[in-house]
Design a protein around this ligand. Structure first.
Ligand code: COA
Length: 216
């Protein structure tokens, strides 16, 4: 993608929601599967966002197990919480490698180099599903880092990538019980379009799903 990192850099630097939080933004990479973004984030420190790589698997597992409370996991059921957890994470990674999805991990850098990353930790995870047909973002921020505009950064990375992929609309679904994410998406400009009932009889699951979208 010609000029991918420069275009993303300029879109994020000019973004009114995040410009006061973000210092020394640097972005490299030719396309979304090859992205590295570093910045100094207000009240948090140095963070690094990278496209999902194989060596992130264990840190992502730790993030899922230890950084999200029961409520966050329940509202964002990305991985199973039983013995199939590692398989769930590996399949997620495969979708990225095979370019069905575009997936990122956000790290808090406590050491200077990510290669010495035992001290570094994943503090957020976000992705764009079905980017080729009906792009839909997903994201979660570690509990103790929420409400510091990291979610806003993640969603604007995904929105701008969707735009650079020449898509005209971005669509999102969230459970009716997730009032925090509903307010979050509305604040950032998504429009509520409808509510639909979702039923998965095999696991006896029934819920109302809120659907939102944003024209790009
Ligand atoms: C939803 C989520 C990603 C928001 O991330 P965040 O980094 O905490 O959000 P931000 O700090 O960027 O918030 C931006 C705006 O969203 C709204 N918002 C965020 N969290 C909110 C909450 N708990 N209650 C109400 N509004 C909230 C606010 O309007 C906020 O702006 P303000 O701080 O100026 O009022 C985060 O709460 C999360 O990871 N939740 C668990 C997983 C999840 O539900 N994911 C979404 C599934 S669809």
């Amino acid at each position: 993608m010609y000029g991918f990192s420069a275009k993303l850099n300029s879109a994020l630097k000019n973004n009114e929601y995040i410009r006061d939080y973000c210092r020394g933004l640097e972005i490299s990479g030719e396309n979304p599967w090859d992205l590295t973004l570093t910045t100094e984030w207000k009240d948090i420190g140095k963070i690094k966002i990278t496209s999902f790589v194989l060596s992130d698997l264990w840190a992502l597992r730790d993030w899922w197990v230890y950084s999200l409370n029961y409520n966050s996991k329940h509202l964002f059921p990305l991985f199973p919480t039983n013995e199939t957890l590692e398989r769930g994470i590996t399949n997620h990674y495969k979708n990225h490698v095979q370019r069905r999805d575009i997936i990122f991990n956000a790290w808090l850098l406590k050491e200077d180099y990510l290669t010495q990353d035992l001290e570094n930790e994943i503090i957020g995870h976000f992705f764009l599903n079905r980017w080729g047909t009906e792009p839909e973002p997903g994201l979660a921020v570690a509990d103790r880092f929420q409400k510091r505009k990291l979610g806003t950064l993640f969603i604007f990375i995904l929105i701008n990538i969707t735009r650079l992929l020449d898509k005209k609309v971005i669509y999102i679904r969230t459970d009716i019980d997730n009032t925090a994410s509903f307010k979050f998406y509305q604040k950032l400009g998504f429009k509520h379009i409808r509510d639909t009932e979702l039923e998965i009889p095999v696991v006896n699951y029934k819920s109302i799903i809120r659907e939102l979208e944003m024209d790009l």
